[in-house]
Design a protein around this ligand. Structure first.
Ligand code: PMP
Length: 378
């Protein structure tokens, strides 16, 4: 018998309580029972988003909500600013370009976070910019953006601030309204402890004003349609019923633990992984902008990164993930996201030590585990 440990930045592990809810016989979505549940979910979502605005539940992976953010606010020929420091910043640009939107990029070295003043400079110099697209946690590099600082800049302009909080929301401090975030998107398979399949999007008044002028084509992803249905506690199309029922459970688990406590738990797990890596003589990939969601680590010299990840899975059933694009084979990423507690961290570090030693890396067993334990005990 072996247990499976999934420590990837999506999908993440699912609490048994949530799986059991989703296994119940399905009900119809146009019924009072479901509508009641959907309304409850919407209230809880607002709490997790820390917003007074509606948060729409979409049936898609997170990218669907990213596309919805673009097509509902912009028109072809508009200009937007995209912060690109990894795969997901890049995705904002690709979506916008696919719809004929002009994209101005702020290119950042992978592993670094944007300097908010660079955004300010662009907005001052280019008054045509209608929206600023950023990423709370750039999952491909582990770097976290200071959204609060960015929000304080964008709020004084005509542009809207759109944040991909897909891997960050529920793991990082994130205050949609206080930080002047106009649109925040997230997905179900990260800190919200569900399978993939749901995406979420919040919309501020400033962003709603832009939807009035937006001419990009939209049908399934029309937020106006979603707003109209939500007035009656419904969705325009068939709701992902079982996932929403699971969401009702996972959100109540998060709110029962307390959102602040959930974020503190993530912060502690992230710190434990970073301290463990350092104690093992490993180098962090994004030391200047660490996140609570995922820690990328440079693969040490002489160790085949791909083989290391494969061995973790085949020998110990611990799944972590490698790097993407030009850092493929150079980094591995350990997620500390969602349904995880302190002992999941001890397990992954312990398995990493065992595999690294088996692969000939010079390391005293227990060094990393001990460093993690010290953080986790405090
Ligand atoms: N943005 C970020 C920051 C992500 O981590 C991910 C998923 N890894 C996505 C966007 C894309 O989400 P999805 O795969 O659910 O479409």
């Amino acid at each position: 018998m072996r247990k499976n440990y999934l420590l990837t930045p999506g999908p993440t592990m699912i609490p048994p309580e949530v799986s059991l809810e989703m296994a119940k016989p399905i009900i119809h979505h146009r019924t009072p029972v479901y509508i009641e549940l959907f309304k409850k979910v919407n209230v809880a979502l607002k709490e997790v988003y820390r917003t007074k605005n509606d948060v729409f539940v979409m049936t898609s992976s997170g990218t669907g909500a990213m596309e919805a953010a673009v097509v509902n606010t912009l028109s072809a020929g508009d200009t937007v600013l995209v912060v690109k420091g990894g795969k997901f910043g890049e995705r904002w640009g690709k979506i916008a370009e696919a719809y004929g939107v002009n994209v101005v990029y702020i290119d950042i070295e992978w592993g670094k976070a944007v300097n908010p003043n660079d955004i300010k400079k662009h907005l001052q110099e280019n008054k045509a910019i209608k929206a600023v697209f950023t990423t709370l946690v750039e999952t491909s590099t582990g770097a976290r953006t200071d959204i609060q600082a960015v929000g304080n800049i964008v709020k004084d302009t005509d542009a809207i601030l759109v944040v991909d909080a897909i891997s960050g929301l529920g793991a990082e401090e994130f205050r949609t309204d206080d930080w002047h975030v106009d649109i925040a998107v997230t997905g179900s398979q990260k800190a919200l402890m569900l399978p993939p399949g749901l995406a979420f999007i919040s919309v501020s008044d400033k962003a709603w004003k832009m939807t009035e002028k937006s001419k990009l084509p939209k049908f399934y992803y029309s937020l106006k349609k979603a707003r109209k249905s939500l007035e009656d506690g419904e969705t325009p199309f068939t709701s992902a019923i079982s996932l929403v029922i699971g969401l009702n459970k996972s959100l109540s688990m998060i709110l029962e633990e307390g959102l602040d406590n959930v974020i503190k738990r993530h912060e502690k797990m992230g710190r434990a992984v970073r301290e463990a890596a350092k104690a093992m003589g490993l180098e962090l990939f994004a030391p200047d902008a660490p996140s609570n969601a995922v820690t990328p680590v440079k693969s040490p010299a002489g160790i085949d990164c791909g083989l290391f990840i494969k061995k973790l899975k085949s020998k110990y059933d611990v799944t972590i993930i490698g790097g993407q694009d030009h850092v493929k084979g150079k980094i591995f990423r350990i997620a500390h996201l969602g349904y995880m507690d302190v002992f999941d961290i001890v397990i992954v570090i312990s398995a990493m030590e065992m595999v690294l030693v088996e692969m000939g890396y010079k390391l005293e067993l227990g060094k990393g585990v001990g460093a993690a334990q010290k953080v986790l005990m405090a």
